[in-house]
Unconditional design. Structure first.
Lengths: 328, 328
DNA sequence: TATTTTTAGGGAATCGATTCCATATTGTAG
DNA sequence: CTACAATATGGAATCGATTCCCTAAAAATA
């Protein structure tokens, strides 16, 4: 591996001059510049990022913390982040928590030690422990998917998306609507989507039976089980169900099919997340598209702007789009 | 950020001694060690990875090159890689090619410049340009998902998996079997799975009409289109179809449903990859499970062994498992 | 007791860049 | 013809660790 020192010797100049050519800074004569450039060309020299970052305190690496890489939402976000970063010569250091909340906190520390220039946190919660750590580490952090006071974030309008989706069901004549949610420590998915649903129901003067409100985790089976609970436990049967993720909806759908319940005639169904498969289900699933890739791009863009001390938007709430298919 | 120099001053020793305590090397008196440890404890000092790697030429970072993060196979592999690496204090630098072959080559260079200790390449091909670059960069590289002479790799027994799956259809009485493949530059998925299929057919004395062999790309729609071609173009109609990925199978399934073709009565169907959704399709899809996460773990394990000059297995071919469901 | 070996610890070089500061040369305004 | 600014370049310090080499004291051996 050739170093700046050797380039300097070969070009008959000092390391300083080579550095000036590299960084386009200071005064360098046309003659010297040519010689240095020629040697660089010939040797294929590329400066060591290690050495550079030791001196400059910049690594051109962004840490990305995510709960799992195996579901579509985070994958798409990372794709967006990656595209934007690579355009700007940055790279991603990946930290996968495998859904372990404690690790979200731990990785913040670890990434700081790795001297990343910034962190993108695809968050599952906004608990105080996590928020405090973010403030403590003094590395710019952008949260994706959750709102949090004082923080930089890019998120979705979960409340209104849920409100609109519920309104759609109501417009189509449904009065008894069930809801499959997740734990409310996930403010975005757990709390806001539920609130949007409940407010839409209330503002239309509709009641929600407690048995219609079920809670699952982020997998298909738990959607299946939730649907089962809804149908078995409720006395008044709902005619529609909203699940807060497509996977929960898919699980619900599989239970309905097992029981021979026709969709949407006997039970309308919708999810969130515009998963690829939704379109190919039978019937195709109504869902909400959040443009996760764009969220990732935005997060990266704002983070880089902040890092490079340019103007940036601290908080972004992205739009959503209902994709209405045959399941309603 | 506190440095080794400050720790040395606070503990009343030289940087050398602090370094010795840190690395458990050389002679340090019990007394001095205690003092240094106390100061480290109090300050929460952690040595800079930058500085360390500048000197030692080790970064404890592994580059992972993948074609996309949005499909299950690479995601699972990365999950496995991540688990194994983090156990050993290594981290992942992610390079997403977004299916651009040229970038596979480019990223090898880029990761080398970042001084990664090793690279895991989730490969889509084994073209000479790529293989040459791997040899050129002199960083240990493990290929996942493809076989390649002289290289380190972890892959699957694609040939026999396809052979067995085809045999299963034949055992169940199918004689006319269609095949939805992909481009053969992807040796594993394109070539070997096709060869396994053809050899199984041949060894049972079965003919394959050219119209039964369709080629798609790695998405659902192209499975749909391939199925369409098969049914529209063939004169003798197949009674079963094998698709080389579950997504292609899902596409094929959606076409069949559109046309009211019953599965498996009129057309049996199977895919590869054990995608999560396969189980919830209607009918549940028969598929081949490759244990991708394990492949990722193995790749990481062997790579680290190589890096740390321990014994390692250069080439690993992992087992597979047929998951037989109602679609056959 | 003399000599060798082990233990302990520091000084300084090193890794590969950037950058401050000093110096030399050339150009330009007064 | 000065004086001063602009241009051009290099020496050396710096970033934060590791590590080679050297010295000194303590312990073991002759």
């Amino acid at each position: 591996m050739v170093t700046i020192k050797e380039i300097a010797e070969m070009a008959g100049v000092s390391r300083t001059t080579v550095s000036r050519v590299l960084n386009n800074s200071g005064y360098v004569s046309e003659d010297a510049r040519k010689r240095v450039e020629k040697v660089i060309e010939e040797t294929g020299y590329v400066p060591s990022e290690q050495a550079k970052s030791l001196r400059t305190k910049k690594t051109k690496v962004i840490g990305v913390i995510l709960p799992t890489i195996q579901t579509e939402t985070p994958s798409r976000i990372v794709t967006g982040v990656g595209k934007e970063l690579s355009k700007n010569g940055y790279q991603i250091l990946l930290a996968n928590t495998n859904l372990d909340k404690q690790k979200e906190v731990d990785y913040l520390d670890l990434l700081r030690l790795r001297q990343v220039d910034g962190i993108i946190l695809i968050a599952t919660n906004t608990e105080p422990k996590l928020m405090e750590k973010i403030k403590e580490i003094k590395v710019p952090v952008v949260i994706v998917g959750q709102e949090a006071e004082d923080m930089m974030y890019v998120t979705y309008d979960d409340y209104h998306a849920a409100f609109d989706l519920t309104s759609l069901f109501i417009e189509r004549g449904h009065q008894n609507i069930a809801f499959i949610g997740v734990d409310e420590t996930d403010r975005a998915v757990g709390h806001l989507r539920k609130k949007g649903f409940l407010d839409a129901m209330e503002s239309n003067g509709l009641m929600v039976e407690p048995e219609w409100m079920q809670t699952g985790v982020f997998d298909i089976d738990s959607g299946h089980d939730a649907m089962k609970s809804i149908l078995e436990k409720s006395t008044k049967k709902p005619t529609a169900t909203i699940a807060v993720t497509d996977r929960l909806a898919i699980g619900a759908m599989s239970y309905l099919k097992e029981k021979g319940v026709r969709i949407p005639e006997q039970m309308a169904l919708a999810g969130f997340g515009a998963s690829e498969i939704a379109k190919y289900l039978e019937p195709p699933l109504t869902t909400v598209d959040y443009q996760n890739e764009k969220a990732g791009e935005q997060a990266a863009k704002q983070l880089l702007a902040k890092i490079e001390s340019k103007n940036y938007q601290k908080q972004i709430i992205l739009d959503y789009r209902l994709i209405i298919r045959k399941s309603v």
